[in-house]
Design a protein around this ligand. Structure first.
Ligand code: 0X9
Ligand code: ZN
Length: 436
């Protein structure tokens, strides 16, 4: 009897306590007129401890999630600086409930008839993990599933190798992509799953499969990803513990933990969302990704780290210094952006392309910088748009199921263009090398 009451209470708690931590949090849109204002707004992360979802740029409003008890101070600070703002979502908990409802009802109504995973929900770790294994079994001639290693909590970080020549033909370039390094950026998973579908199940352009070897890591931060489903939707880091400070905090920002200018433009505070960890590659997830990059460094022509949100294609380095081939990196970035822009939803903003430090902010230790530094010819961070429709209050990281397939489709158009461009320059270099 007591046991069943306990179970009832527990399940009641689990269902109704979900998203409780975000009750009363508001999402603000902030408009800045100049770089000074942008700097002030973006610095509020450290000053007030608010969650800057997207950095404000002149012409592009920033989005900031503000806890209930900090709203007054936040608004006063902006008022004093003469910066205009508006409330985008009054209580983000309601948006979280809407997202849950929309995603789960879409998932209920879709039956998995085809081989691929349906594009109307955001699939959990177990589902994606099993899917990768299943694809390798069904398509043994082109697909291999491998494990990059285990996450902090012991989850396998699986990835696919897609190749018509079993990765043996060293005259082919490698395109490597990953998503969910930042686990709250759910829409990124749609882009990698869409790419897998078009490379394995629904192949419509054979050259993209024949001429290129692909490495795809759909869930680079599995512990964090599961945590965003079960507990805190806006968790960004991994789930590492053992960093002892005065405050009890956990997690390392995996996109600050790679060994390129490590620790120079990131946080040393465990509680910060950009905490860089105790050393480069201190985290098992980044060490696992590093090993794959190093294994294929002489063939990785294009590296894509898929994030959200903001409609941006960013490249290195995070300190503002351009790689030696910066001009071509920009050209290929623009090509991908234009390709996406030509098929995106018309009311969405065009993609911005540029060096991360000039478009956004300085940041060290990113996956994109590391890949660029150790060998990738073209390395980018994609910031996808996440939502379809502002009317229903799903915004920022929140995913509208109606947008999942579009996000996958439009990003894939960009990736194909970038991959073809990269394959061409790779071939040209190969020819030159042989002539010498
Ligand atoms: O700050 C980040 O890690 C990325 N933006 S996000 O909103 N997804 O967190 C941008 C990373 C860009 N690359 C470098 N910092 N080099
Ligand atoms: Zn991110």
């Amino acid at each position: 009897m007591f046991k069943s009451i306990f179970i009832f209470c527990l399940s009641f708690y689990i269902v109704f306590a979900k998203h409780e931590e975000y009750d009363g949090y508001s999402l603000f849109g902030v408009d800045v007129d100049n770089v000074d204002q942008a700097q002030l707004v973006n610095g509020l992360e450290n000053r007030l401890g608010v969650d800057v979802w997207s950095h404000a740029l002149p012409g592009r409003p920033g989005q900031i999630l503000v806890p209930k008890d900090q709203k007054q101070q936040f608004q006063e600070t902006l008022d004093d600086a003469g910066i205009t703002y508006h409330v985008v979502v009054k209580n983000i908990k309601e948006s979280l409930e809407l997202e849950d409802n929309l995603l789960s009802s879409a998932a209920r109504s879709s039956n998995r008839s085809s081989i691929g995973l349906p594009f109307d929900s955001i699939h959990r770790y177990d589902v994606v993990d099993a899917y990768l294994v299943e694809l390798a079994q069904r398509f043994p001639n082109v697909v291999t599933v491998a494990s990059a290693g285990r996450s902090f909590e012991g989850r396998d970080i699986k990835y696919l190798k897609i190749s018509t020549s079993n990765f043996q033909d060293r005259s082919k370039p490698v395109v490597m992509m990953e998503s969910l390094l930042h686990c709250r950026e759910w829409i990124g998973l749609a882009a990698t799953l869409y790419a897998i579908e078009k490379l394995v199940i629904d192949v419509t352009e054979q050259d993209i499969v024949n001429d290129i070897d692909w490495i795809i890591i759909p869930i680079a931060n599995p512990d964090g990803y599961e945590f965003t489903h079960t507990s805190s939707r806006f968790w960004r880091k991994n789930r590492a513990t053992g960093y002892i400070t005065g405050n009890w905090c956990m997690g390392v920002d995996l996109n600050r933990n790679f060994d390129k200018n490590w620790g120079t433009a990131s946080s040393s505070s465990v509680c910060s969302d950009t905490f860089h960890g105790r050393a480069p590659f201190s985290e098992p997830e980044t060490a696992a990704i590093r090993d794959i990059i190093l294994e294929h460094r002489d063939r990785i022509e294009l590296f894509l780290d898929i994030h959200s949100f903001g409609s941006m294609i960013l490249y290195g380095f995070g300190n503002g210094v351009l790689p030696p081939n910066g001009l071509l990196i920009h050209v290929n970035g623009v090509l991908m952006a234009q390709t996406i822009d030509s098929v995106k939803l018309s009311w969405k903003p065009n993609y911005i392309v540029g060096n991360v430090a000039s478009v956004l902010y300085q940041a060290s230790g990113s996956a994109q910088d590391y890949a660029q530094d150790v060998g990738a010819t073209y390395s980018y961070t994609f910031e996808l748009p996440a939502y379809r429709n502002i009317q229903n209050s799903l915004n920022g990281f929140l995913v509208d199921p109606d947008f999942i397939e579009q996000a996958g489709f439009e990003t894939w158009e960009g990736i194909k263009a970038g991959a073809r461009y990269a394959a061409n320059t790779f071939r040209q270099r190969e020819m030159m090398r042989r002539q010498l």
